[in-house]
Ligand binder design. Structure first.
Ligand code: GLC
Length: 569
């Protein structure tokens, strides 16, 4: 890690959500053998790294983001032998494997927590955040919680435990108690576990909500226990006082001497200034972070109101991140993951007329930024959101928790809440991977744990592999461009047309090579009014999803173009 020219700068990462990828044993849940069976799909796409969402033993309260044993595989997915087979299969194809590291919290069924909960005098008591009721309040009564912090999945972040008469902290579900990183033994246990996986051959970690691990030990109340999940002002735990120290220590304890490792920290509420500190190689913390500004750009003050996304806002946000990390640090680039709705339904147009073009356009714009792009399973097929009808169609703990709170507690109308969950709910990303047109999309021979999108008869991998014009083959060419064109990796980034609500345009410049990237975010023809349009239109067209534009650079609906020219150095 962090040599002069780290390999991950020219890499593309593919995220697998194992429960929804491919089911080999017919129980309706994806598994490791299913992944092994489809490794050639990924090698064919040309990705360099696979990131696996959690596969460790877990009660599956949050689909594996609640871990009860960090050094094993959940029988739902396989066992350590199958894991080794998968790892060997990945390496044999020249790819790398990155694990999800979920250590802000464990499961409440982890032996550490069971021990911690058993007795105030337990040696593991201090491994979690136990606190008495607020001064003068009756323990377990409303308002007696130690702080006003709210949990991401609804309700208070504190759970009262009868056994010892104290509360424990959980920023997510009550089955995800937060680990106390102030305790040195906790940190050592995490480091030991991480080294164990690296020694086994894994190539790095995606670190779940890692900017929440350091809490202000005074545990101050928040300004408002409002509805925004991680406001930048969130009291006491977003980018807490010791987070840089903890990550630097982890770097020294775990990654020192292991140059080929990739680390990416998921960081809701991280600012650009903080991200520079996290990813500046001289500080030896992380390689890159996932920021949330661009995926929160269509959130309003009222979470149950859909705010249409303004392209100028999206460009301003991503442009700021490009500029902010230009000198030191490195960006990660994503539209999708298992927590976000499908990009083509959110930023593009998933109607039959425009779905393919807009999916390709979105991929082009994202991948041509400076940073390491992440492709989420099914994105390479242009998979869409799911047509959810009622709340009973959802399985996601977040959607269910927020629905209960909004409808049952706050009296919102179910339809109002469902409208937002249909557009934004996490299960949109979690419907099974669409391998073919057969009844369960080739995902399982059993009953899928979450419904398959009915559009799998039209949108599936088998059909796209045979079609050179498919989204899959377009992504293949897009990914290859990063491997062959150094300006994509290292070129300077300059945003063009910042006030234009229709076009996303920028240049990349490395030495004498200049690239021009334009994406049309509308279903209409739009002329790109940029300097040098005529000269650019006769430059080399490296990639486009439509016919070459006319000399005045008029783009077709949802068209993307990447031009290359040589300029005076
Ligand atoms: C991260 C994960 C999300 C999970 C949460 C709690 O945001 O991506 O899926 O619910 O952390 O672990």
């Amino acid at each position: 890690m962090q040599t002069m020219d780290p390999w991950w700068k020219s890499a593309v990462v593919y995220q697998i959500y194992p429960r929804s990828f491919a089911d080999a044993d017919g129980d309706g849940v994806g598994d490791l053998r299913g992944i092994i069976a489809h490794l050639d799909h990924l090698a064919g796409l040309g990705v360099d790294v696979i990131w696996l969402s959690p596969i460790y033993p877990s009660p599956q309260d949050d689909n594996g983001y609640d871990i009860s044993d960090y050094q094993d595989i959940d029988p739902l997915f396989g066992d350590l032998d199958v894991f080794d087979e998968l790892l060997a299969g990945v390496h044999a194809r020249g790819m790398k494997l990155v694990m999800d590291l979920v250590v802000n919290h464990s499961s409440d069924e982890h032996p550490w927590f069971l021990e911690s909960r058993s007795d105030k005098a337990s040696p593991k008591r201090d491994w979690y955040w136990w606190r008495p009721a607020r001064e003068g309040m009756e323990p377990g009564t409303p308002g007696a919680e130690p702080t006003n912090w709210t949990a991401a999945f609804g309700g208070s972040a504190w759970e009262f435990d009868d056994k010892t008469g104290e509360y424990y902290l959980h920023l997510f579900s009550r089955k995800q108690p937060d680990l106390n990183w102030e305790n040195e033994e906790v940190r050592q246990a995490v480091h030991t576990m991480m080294r164990w996986w690296l020694d086994r051959g894994v190539d790095g970690f995606r670190m779940d909500v890692i900017n929440l691990i350091s809490k202000d030990t005074a545990l101050p109340d928040g300004p408002v226990a409002g509805t925004a999940v991680f406001p930048e002002s969130a009291a006491g735990y977003v980018n807490g006082p010791r987070v840089h120290e903890f990550l630097h220590e982890m770097h020294e304890e775990v990654f020192a001497g292991r140059d080929a490792v990739l680390t990416v920290g998921e960081m809701p509420g991280v600012t650009i200034e903080e991200a520079v500190r996290f990813t500046d190689p001289r500080r030896r913390e992380l390689d890159m972070v996932f920021q949330f500004d661009h995926v929160w750009a269509d959130r309003g003050d009222d979470p149950w109101q859909l705010v249409p996304l303004k392209l100028t806002r999206l460009k301003a946000i991503l442009g700021r991140w490009q500029a902010g990390l230009a000198e030191h640090g490195w960006n990660s680039l994503y539209w999708n993951n298992h927590d976000q709705p499908r990009a083509v339904s959110r930023y593009g147009d998933d109607s039959p007329a425009h779905r393919v073009a807009s999916a390709k356009m979105l991929g082009t714009v994202l991948h041509m930024h400076r940073g390491t792009p992440y492709v989420y399973q099914g994105e390479e097929l242009g998979m869409t959101n799911y047509p959810f009808e009622t709340i009973a169609d959802f399985r996601d703990i977040e959607s269910l928790g927020q629905y209960a709170e909004a409808v049952e507690r706050d009296g919102r109308s179910p339809e109002e809440v469902l409208t937002v969950l249909r557009a934004r709910g996490r299960d949109n990303a979690r419907t099974p991977m669409q391998w073919d047109a057969s009844p369960h999309a080739g995902f399982t021979t059993g009953r899928p744990w979450l419904a398959v999108n009915p559009n799998h008869t039209r949108i599936n991998a088998a059909a796209q592999r045979d079609d050179p014009d498919s989204t899959y083959h377009y992504y293949r060419r897009l990914i290859a461009l990063r491997h062959t064109e150094p300006a994509v990796v290292d070129g300077d980034f300059t945003m063009l047309l910042p006030h234009d609500e229709r076009l996303y345009a920028f240049t990349r410049r490395l030495g004498a090579t200049e690239l021009l990237v334009i994406g049309n975010f509308t279903g209409r023809r739009v002329r790109a009014e940029i300097e040098d349009a005529a000269a650019w239109s006769s430059a080399e067209l490296l990639l486009t999803n439509e016919a070459a534009p006319s000399a005045d650079l008029t783009l077709a609906p949802w068209q993307a173009v990447v031009y290359r020219r040589t300029v005076e150095a």
